[in-house]
Design a protein around this ligand. Structure first.
Ligand code: ADP
Ligand code: ZN
Ligand code: ZN
Length: 745
């Protein structure tokens, strides 16, 4: 055979590898691969050697035109999958994400993949089964009749290929029976690939509980939903208006049509309760994908969704990348939640990704929130999303009464003014529960020397250390550094070290002294680290005994706590004075979400907002006109300044131990981008400037921003720019990233 005919016959696979490089790699396929196998190779995992390591890669496609000298192309070591780990639809979604967020495709695919599949574990669900050995099959039909249970197993296996675990349980066959047969050499244990569900099994997805009669508003919203076509719905409904009920009924329709549903929920907090509601309603398999699910379970759930065995998938951000056999609807609950945007690696928005996904699958996507993001609201106002609104609480619950408490010149007790303390006392005396919301954990955000003004600062960051009392120590909330709290000032040796400012621990301690007869329960990251701690606490609170909950924004998430009659927001001034362009949006959402915890079902609710700037026009707008009008006002401010959703931006971040390296890198970025597209009215470049926290964890951080008036222009510049930047020698000295549609500016 001549060399040329050999290359003609040779097939290659283009492979994505988990390396921070934007290129793909060619490997030669074994000569034995048939045209039929090649057709099914895209999305399969392979083992290859790459720079003296063995890596697991993903086949993108097969071809006969190698991208470089065929003699230097290595053969791949092993094809790991019989069936694509990445079905075509998911592969397409990952390509879109890699292109849109300008992230290497190999790393993008790896982000989507559960850890065990990354490590090469089998890509098929297997079950343990019991089969007859050759000897067992040789037995006569009634060969074991003296041991009735063993005879039952034998009879079954003479007609069926194997016995599964669930069948053994259903037939009440004990492990000793099986062990006895194994010992006699009649039976053996094996594992087999689980077959996909039959149509009958799918049809069996019964609705377990009877859904409530819908309110007029709910019915109107349901009636407007269209299935089997792409449309984005913004379901804007106040807390407790019955949004979840709409999700459930929409999903029921989708299941009846033999399709699956994907439900995304925010990162922390509300997972257990939401999932419980879905499980109460539907009998079909529900796969969970979030941080409380073990790696092996995650792996199984992923495959169950891919193979159509799980009809509903509920998960956090990462679940947006679940392969689904027959996806019919996507639901994004609390769509405004910032946890939908990944903040490192592939900086994707699970919401935006899902909308793209729904468009390619031609299915509906529902974004639900009491406090929609300005982006979504803008799209709804302009008709790009279909706007559905629920303005009344479901059932008999009434909206809470909200008051602002003017803190100016008033004495404060662990952050609380007299009126707030009195309201707490009344609530408890009436047998009800209260929430005190403080968005800072620890005892005090600063430790200050009264003699010389020394402040405990983090050695690695531009940040004060937070003082914690339980147990006593100093803690940097940015780099996680911890150290003992000093007794003496390290600078002047004075012992007059005073905590300054307020954290959850301080108010907790004070309230415990004030109301010793009632439980005071703190809910923040420190008290909920243990798995299930939050769920257990919420279950306890759910019983309804009078108590005070103190917590950070973890409490603002959609917990259903029916006995909360009072919510006190200790300090709302920070958000109003924030320099971040999303500060006021977030504050409005937070206030409304926390307030939404008050007064559900039969207990009327009251909300007290403490402020030093009670006349702030934004606060007043929120109080008198509600979130929707407030958000519209913020939108007009954003329009005037060209901020998102009226402008589009990408943030380049760079960090290094030596500040000049990061700055030099970003100057190169600035030169590269402005050569591609000079600054104009529609294209702006800002920076390099120091990041909000310039020094974090021993590294100096800077940023450079590209702002445009159109998404297309932004993407065009990035497409050329990132490629050039990537090849520059300076990339070796700095950690850098590009963040498309960054949350900050
Ligand atoms: P949201 O998701 O908007 O906060 P939920 O769907 O959780 O609201 O509904 C709030 C409460 O009202 C829940 O306890 C729910 O069971 C109940 N609910 C919802 N819809 C109805 C209805 N049509 N009739 C009676 N109760 C309802
Ligand atoms: Zn001092
Ligand atoms: Zn630090």
């Amino acid at each position: 055979m001549t060399a040329s005919t050999q290359t003609q016959q040779q097939w290659y696979a283009t492979i994505a590898l988990p390396v921070p490089l934007r290129s793909l790699f060619d490997y030669s396929l074994p000569q034995t691969t048939t045209p039929d196998t090649r057709k099914q190779l895209a999305g399969c995992r392979v083992k290859v050697s790459f720079r003296s390591q063995t890596l697991i890669g993903i086949i993108i496609n097969c071809h006969q035109t190698p991208s470089f000298d065929p003699n230097k192309i290595k053969p791949l070591d092993e094809i790991l999958d019989k069936r694509a780990t990445f079905p075509a639809e998911l592969l397409k979604l990952c390509w879109w994400a890699a292109n849109y967020y300008h992230h290497p495709i190999g790393e993008t695919l790896y982000t989507a993949l559960p850890q065990q599949l990354r490590q090469g574990k089998p890509g098929e669900l297997t079950t343990t089964v019991w089969r007859l050995t050759v000897e067992g099959r040789g037995l006569p039909k009634d060969g074991l009749k003296r041991a009735p249970k063993q005879q039952e197993v034998l009879q079954h296996l003479l007609v069926h290929p194997h016995l599964r675990g669930d069948e053994i349980e259903a037939r009440n066959i004990s492990p000793t029976t099986l062990a006895a047969m194994i010992k006699k050499g009649l039976l053996e244990k094996d594992s087999t690939i689980e077959p996909p569900p039959t149509q009958a099994e799918v049809d069996n997805t019964l609705v377990l509980e009877t859904p409530p009669n819908l309110s007029q508003e709910q019915q109107a919203a349901i009636d407007q939903l269209r299935y089997h076509q792409f449309k984005t719905y913004l379901l804007e409904g106040i807390t407790g208006s019955g949004k979840t009920e709409i999700y459930l009924q929409a999903i029921a329709r989708v299941l009846q049509a033999g399709q699956q549903a994907l439900v995304l929920i925010p990162e922390i907090g509300l997972t257990p309760q939401t999932i419980k509601r879905f499980r109460q309603r539907f009998s079909c398999p529900i796969a969970e994908l979030h941080s409380n699910v073990s790696e092996s379970k995650r792996n199984q759930n992923w495959m169950a969704a891919r193979d159509g065995r799980a009809q509903i998938v509920i998960g956090t951000r990462l679940a947006a990348f679940t392969p689904m056999k027959q996806l019919g609807i996507i639901i994004i609950d609390e769509e405004h939640d910032l946890s939908y945007k990944q903040q490192d690696g592939l900086r994707y928005s699970a919401r935006d990704l899902s909308i793209y996904r729904a468009s390619t699958l031609r299915i509906p996507v529902i974004l639900g929130s009491a406090t929609p993001s300005l982006e979504s609201l803008h799209n709804a106002i302009h008709g790009r999303y279909h706007h559905l609104r629920l303005t009344k609480r479901a059932g008999s619950a009434k909206p809470p009464q909200i008051n602002i408490l003017d803190l100016r010149q008033k004495p404060l007790f662990a952050g609380l003014c007299d009126e707030a303390v009195k309201a707490l006392a009344d609530t408890l005396a009436n047998g009800h529960q209260a929430i005190v919301f403080i968005n800072r954990r620890g005892y005090a955000p600063t430790l200050l020397c009264h003699q010389c003004g020394w402040i405990a600062e983090c050695r690695s960051c531009d940040a004060h250390m937070t003082l914690h009392r339980t147990p006593l120590h100093l803690h940097c909330h940015h780099c996680n550094a911890q150290q003992p709290a000093p007794r003496q000032c390290p600078s002047c040796h004075s012992t007059q070290l005073n905590p300054r400012g307020l954290g959850t621990e301080q108010t907790e301690q004070w309230l415990q002294q004030q109301f010793p007869q009632y439980p005071v329960i703190r809910i923040d990251r420190d008290t909920t680290q243990r798995k299930n701690a939050l769920t257990e606490t919420l279950e306890e609170v759910g019983k309804g005994e009078p108590c005070v909950l103190i917590g950070t924004q973890m409490l603002a998430k959609g917990h259903h706590l029916p006995k909360i009659a009072l919510v006190v927001i200790v300090d709302c001034d920070q958000g109003l004075l924030s320099s971040d362009f999303r500060g006021s949006e977030r504050l409005g959402q937070l206030i409304v979400q926390v307030a939404g915890r008050a007064g559900r079902e039969d207990v009327p609710g009251r909300v007290l907002i403490q402020s030093h700037t009670p006349d702030h026009p934004l606060l007043e707008c929120l109080m008198t006109k509600g979130y929707h009008r407030y958000a519209r006002q913020l939108l007009s401010e954003r329009q005037a300044t060209g901020l998102p959703p009226f402008g589009f931006s990408a943030l380049f971040r760079a960090e290094s131990k030596r500040p000049e390296n990061a700055i030099e890198f970003l100057q190169m970025v600035a030169r590269t981008l402005s050569q591609i597209a000079p600054a104009s009215r529609d294209i702006q470049y800002l920076g390099p400037i120091p990041a909000r926290m310039e020094k974090l964890n021993e590294r100096f951080r800077y940023q450079f921003q590209l702002k445009t008036s159109s998404r297309k222009v932004l993407q065009g510049i990035l497409k050329k720019g990132v490629k050039q930047i990537d090849q520059h020698a300076l990339t070796k000295r700095t950690r850098w990233s590009v963040d498309v549609d960054a949350l900050e500016n």
